[in-house]
Design a protein around this ligand. Structure first.
Ligand code: 13P
Length: 260
């Protein structure tokens, strides 16, 4: 029997909270969460780059079980890439998980599937876990192209990735129309797409890899929608934006996931 997948709740703070605010948010979150919550759920926080060193110090100084994450990185280790951040620098700060291919990076900053793939492989090269985001726009959804879009992003993102690497990865299904809009996919819709993702992983690699990989749902997740999402067989957690900025709400989402 394969190990049951541990739920992973991730807070993507996007471009919010300066390093003072980030320290406060992490301390409050830690204080709100009972110690035993980490027995059944993994929790990652993804602050802006300028906060990472401060948050790392707090997490390590207080022996918190929170996982430190980042939102983005460049694919090269160093070089003439003004304004970019190396995955090697993130690894040095004990960053364990990096979001890649977020729809905001794809849409606002022009990242295409090939760029997402080189970044993902760079993250793996530095022994960090990529959280690969995939998701359809409203127009694609209305045209009935949700699965085609999501599975093509998945396939391109995984180019050159081996089964044993994929098994430890995280895929985040984030329908673009649900991000920051207050519109959440129904649990049935989220389950259908996450199940299609898992089947595609099984077809590309094998059943064991599909059983091991974690698939999150993201898009306007709140405490009120967490239980029904977590009850879905193929939803292993959530990538939370706005609601993760409020430690009370985020802690509630984590507690609900821990008891799901
Ligand atoms: P919201 O939870 O604010 O919709 O953001 C979701 C998201 O983009 C997380 O990466």
């Amino acid at each position: 029997m394969p190990e049951p997948r541990r739920p992973l709740i991730s807070g993507n703070w996007k471009m919010n909270l300066n390093h003072f605010e980030a320290i406060q948010a992490v301390q409050k979150l830690h204080w709100l969460l009972p110690k035993d919550v980490y027995e059944t759920v993994d929790v990652s926080v993804h602050p802006p780059f300028t906060d990472i060193r401060s948050v790392q110090t707090v997490i390590q100084g207080d022996s918190m079980e929170l996982i430190l994450g980042a939102q983005h990185c460049h694919h090269d280790d160093s070089g003439a890439f003004t304004g970019e951040i190396s995955p090697a620098f993130l690894a040095k700060l004990d960053v364990k998980m990096v979001i890649v291919g977020h729809s905001e990076r794809r849409q606002i900053f022009g990242e295409d599937d090939a760029t997402v793939n080189v970044k993902l492989r760079a993250i793996l090269k530095h022994s960090m876990t990529p959280i690969l985001c995939v998701g359809e726009t409203l127009a694609e959804r209305e045209a009935g192209e949700t699965e085609i879009r999501v599975l093509s992003q998945l396939s391109a993102g995984l180019d050159g990735v081996k089964a044993e690497q994929a098994a430890s990865m995280v895929i985040a299904y984030e329908p673009v129309w649900a991000i920051g809009t207050g519109h959440t996919a129904t649990a049935a819709d989220a389950q259908a797409v996450c199940s299609a993702i898992r089947s595609a992983i099984a077809a590309r690699f094998d059943a064991a890899t599909a059983a091991a990989i974690r698939i999150q749902y993201g898009g306007s997740v709140k405490a009120g929608t967490t239980e029904e999402l977590m009850a879905c067989a193929d939803v292993d957690g959530a990538l939370v934006g706005g609601a993760s900025l409020d430690p009370d709400e985020f802690a509630q989402i984590i507690r609900l996931a821990a008891s799901s």
